[in-house]
Design a protein around this ligand. Sequence first.
Ligand code: GRF
Length: 265
Amino acid sequence: MDRKIRIGALISGGGTNLLAIMDACESGGIHGRMVFVGSDRPDAAGLDRARTRNIPTFTVDYRRIIDDYRVAPEAVLPPDDFDLEEILAKQSLFAPEADPGRVNRFFLTRAVAEARLMAAMAATPFDLLVLAGFMRNLTPYFIDRINTAALKPRIMNIHPALLPAFPGTDGYGDTFRYGCKVGGCTVHFVDYGEDSGPIIGQRTVAVVPGETLDAFRKKGLAAEWRLYPECIQLFAQGRLQLVPRTRTLADGEIINRWIVEILPQ
Ligand code: GRF
């Protein structure tokens, strides 16, 4: 088989998905190896899990950048190659009617953080970047500089709901409170929107009558630990291909979307 893929990870918290991925790399479930782990929070517990395995780690403290900007915006300079107009034209995180001051502030501070992420990652070549509980939206500034080959996305995310239902930060909570009888998790490539990129894999988890949100969340997380390594292995095997899909809505509007096709082994 080909060489192992090099996987980088970004995390914000406990890193149980990171652990599942590192374990799968070691057991052969993923033909790959973890080459770095980065975080937006210096206190992310997952950083220790990586250090224990001698995997290089780094932190870019998003909170501090955002706070610095609040105190003295003129002192927080965007990267030289940051073009706000270009980012605004591409982004789909904010609706057109969103407050422009807030939107501009968001993309400027994120570009500062993302440039630091890329600087930290620059020393270590990687094939795939996995977001494993990374609680920050990436912007076109970062995504375009990572996805340099056409139709070969290489940033993956895991989301705690059956997308496109319940994007956002609390997928299990939203699924549970809505009264869904089934929820689950989704692995997808990252695009310019929030949890909106092409879906690679999904796993369902039943909401059992009478169970607590906490119990449902635990089952969901356990499903994530199986799904994420499976999807990463498909990437490692070169079996994920983007293909165009056209849908015509009832009013005649045509939607073009890239979807992921899984190639046979
Ligand atoms: C997971 O539920 C993931 O889907 C969500 O955040 C949680 C992270 O858990 N985005 P962990 O840090 O991998 O333990």
